[in-house]
Design a protein around this ligand. Structure first.
Ligand code: IVH
Length: 717
């Protein structure tokens, strides 16, 4: 196998230890037999990989590297008993997959909050400093130590090593569950198949897979020559390469990897069997930077060249400015920098909010902008009838992609910006977000361009377009009578985070709705392979695959089904929490607002929306039809260790970070109960600072006593 980084290794000609592997004058006969030589070759190849990917110091030419690989392959062919799955020759070899399996992350993969302005970074530092001072972890005049990293523009991966061997690699997915891309990840030379040294029994390494810009250009040229897909930017190329069902294709894509974190860690020398979390004494280092260094010691690539520790907000902003200067010269794309509180004990105190840590933030680079011609304004009808004006633009290259459409948000926005068809406009694009029109270049406006007028009737169904006084958004009043709303509802339900019906794309939904074959979500399940095969762009095989996918979608988790229904304000997390709390669709159908408000993060708006949705007879009808089509949701998996069903808790005293309400919500959501007085039936007393008589009573009765951390551990948080 030629190395994925072909070409970029040139220049480092010195083979390790001065030994040349050329020719096949089998050195093993003289130095301890084939087993020894195989071991030596593997070590030498791994060493080259580590030097190249971990230390960024190429130590061998392509030709020499290939010669080592060939010698190893020949020896393994001659002595099959010496072949092991972690041999570098075994990176490719897995058969193509039919689909990716899914992997539930042992520790959720979170995302990061964003900052754009220096003021936001200063506010972040202030919040962190105040909390840490309050917790006695920072002297009044001291500054917080942060670990700063580049925000690599690729995709997040979790690598699971057991007893030092790479056993699984998964994408982030929705943070709870990702796709199993092990066979593909094994082909990346940057990723060790076996860790060096003495790694713990379980070690999950987290980081970013990415493609260098030069490699991306070369790949696109090769793709163009072969008449194959051209990728819009390095991130899409990296993601597309990793989501290949055939690992042999991934093997030929020049992908790289840098670690920036970890997931589950078990069995660190001296540790009990418990999973290690940030701040646990069982972790082998007490800072984030120390942990990354520890990972690097196992041969895992870490971005040592650019990671740095700084002090306080000034240090953060200085790092940002420096990286901004380096950015054009970096071999890969970054979309900002990431600041993490370095001390793990401090991270633990700061904790998490929703799905992002309070101890870290991404400081993003400003969006890129470009000027182009506004060719027209069309309106699109969304799932909930929301009318979005969309700008049709003369193609313009901005933020790494060619943009032809951009959102104009809503009518007020168009009026405020005074954008008119025919104008030269500024288009802005940041990271992965939808491009937007910033405004017109008035100096270039030609006379007599008429202002934009919103249509009064839906362009799809002809129903009136209505705008409520207190809403910025105009809506088509057609409801599910409107084909556009029906289509969007179906596409949402088929989405990966909902019922995950692969193969049900826009073109197909258009045909199914336009011909009247599908009127509601439930109708989907009655589709047969023969009728599908007769549709445009559908063959027998894709029709059968779709029917199979639909069949699999008959047993979604309850949370996915709830999300699929497309209830306003109910995102995937809310749907999952609600499903966990109620346990069955019937219970949710009959829940009143008060019952719904008990679910964590469900407030009056969400509760009202769920209530109203299920009060509508036609929505209840869809649920009944789904049942009739054999749709049987399965219970939502409990978060790790969180089954508290029927257990009664008593809260007393002040907890360091959670209020009583926080603790109550979490306990109820996990199926527990909260009571005001301690009795023999109490399962746990959660005692904070200045706990009084209830704590004494618990001790007297022999009731288990927890502090906030203990409660969190019990909840699997
Ligand atoms: S830390 C708990 N560090 O950005 C925080 N993420 O917005 C976990 N990313 O999904 C992420 N470079 O794909 C972290 N140095 C870095 C990163 C980084 C890129 C990506 C990653 C993550 C996303 C979060």
């Amino acid at each position: 196998m030629s190395p994925p980084a072909a070409g970029s290794l040139q220049g480092g000609r010195s083979s390790l230890g001065g030994r040349q592997a050329e020719g096949t004058a089998w050195g093993h006969t003289a130095s301890g037999g084939p087993a020894q030589r195989v071991a030596d070759l593997r070590r030498e190849i791994d060493e080259h990989n580590v030097r190249y990917y971990v230390h960024d110091e190429p130590s061998v030419s392509d030709a020499d590297y290939d010669a080592l690989m060939r010698e190893l392959q020949a020896l393994e062919a001659e002595h099959p008993e010496l072949l092991t799955s972690d041999s570098p020759t075994q990176r490719v070899g897995a058969a193509p997959l039919v689909e990716f399996g899914s992997v539930r992350h042992a520790v959720p993969m979170l995302s990061l909050g964003n900052a754009f302005e220096p003021g936001e970074v200063e506010a972040f530092d202030r919040r962190v400093s105040d909390t840490l001072r309050g917790a006695g972890l920072l002297d009044s005049d001291a500054r917080v130590a942060y670990f700063c990293e580049l925000k690599l523009d690729g995709l997040a991966i979790n690598l699971r090593y057991e007893n030092g061997e790479l056993v699984q690699a998964a994408t982030r997915g929705d943070g709870q569950e990702g796709e199993d891309v092990t066979a593909n990840i094994r082909t990346l030379r940057a990723i060790p198949l076996r860790l060096r040294g003495a790694p713990p029994r379980v070690l999950e390494v987290r980081g970013e897979v990415l493609m260098n810009r030069a490699d991306f250009e070369r790949l696109n040229q090769a793709q163009a020559t072969r008449g194959e897909k051209i990728f819009v930017n390095p991130r899409n190329a990296a993601a597309g390469s990793l989501r290949q069902l055939d690992p042999r294709i991934t093997a030929n894509r020049p992908l790289r990897f840098f670690a920036y974190g970890w997931g589950e860690i078990r069995g660190v020398p001296g540790d009990a069997a418990a999973p290690a979390q940030a701040g646990d004494a069982s972790l082998p280092r007490d800072t984030h930077g120390g942990m990354l260094q520890w990972l690097a010691g196992f041969g895992v690539p870490v971005n040592v060249k650019h990671n740095r520790q700084v002090l306080g907000a000034a240090g953060l902003l200085d790092f940002y400015a420096q990286v901004g200067g380096l950015r054009p010269g970096l071999p890969y794309d970054i979309d900002g920098v990431v600041y993490k509180v370095d001390a793990l004990a401090a991270q633990k105190v700061l904790g998490f909010v929703a799905r992002a840590p309070r101890f870290a933030v991404a400081h993003k680079f400003p969006a890129e902008e470009a000027a182009t011609q506004l060719l027209g304004i069309e309106v699109q009808v969304g799932r909930t009838g929301a009318i979005t004006p969309v700008a049709r633009l003369a193609p313009v290259f901005v933020g790494g992609v060619t943009v032809t459409n951009a959102t104009l948000h809503n009518e007020d926005e168009i009026r405020r910006k005074d954008v008119r068809v025919g104008d030269t406009v500024i288009v802005r694009r940041a990271g992965d977000v939808i491009p937007e029109v910033v405004g017109p270049v008035l100096e270039k406006r030609v006379d007599d361009l008429p202002p934009f007028a919103m249509p009064t009737a839906c362009p799809v169904c002809g129903s009136a377009i209505e705008k409520l006084e207190d809403e910025a958004i105009a809506r088509c009043t057609g409801g599910l009578f409107c084909a556009a709303q029906r289509k969007q509802t179906l596409l949402h339900a088929a989405g990966r985070k909902a019922l995950d019906i692969e193969g049900l794309g826009e073109k197909l939904v258009d045909q199914l709705v336009d011909t009247g074959r599908i009127k509601s979500l439930a109708d989907l399940y009655s589709l047969q392979a023969e009728e599908l095969a007769a549709l445009d762009r559908m063959g027998q095989k894709s029709a059968e695959n779709l029917v199979r996918a639909l069949d699999q979608a008959r047993t979604p988790t309850l949370g996915r089904l709830l999300f699929a229904l497309g209830i306003r304000h109910v995102g995937e997390t809310t749907a999952r929490d609600t499903a966990r709390h109620f346990g069955s669709l019937e219970a949710i159908l009959d829940a009143d607002e008060e019952a719904l408000l008990v679910v964590p993060d469900v407030g009056p708006v969400v509760a009202g929306s769920i209530r109203r949705f299920f009060a509508e007879p036609h929505n209840r009808e869809v649920v009944a039809q789904l049942r009739a089509q054999g749709v049987e949701p399965v219970a939502e998996a409990e978060p790790q260790g969180a089954s508290l069903t029927g257990k009664t808790f008593v809260l007393t005293g002040t907890m360091p970070t959670w209020s009583r309400d926080d603790a109550t919500r979490h306990i109820l959501a996990a199926g527990g109960k909260v009571s005001g007085s301690v009795s023999k039936k109490t399962a746990y007393v959660v005692a904070g600072e200045e706990a009084g008589s209830k704590l004494a009573k618990a001790q007297e009765l022999g009731v288990a006593i927890l502090d906030e951390d203990g409660l969190k551990a019990l909840l699997g948080l």
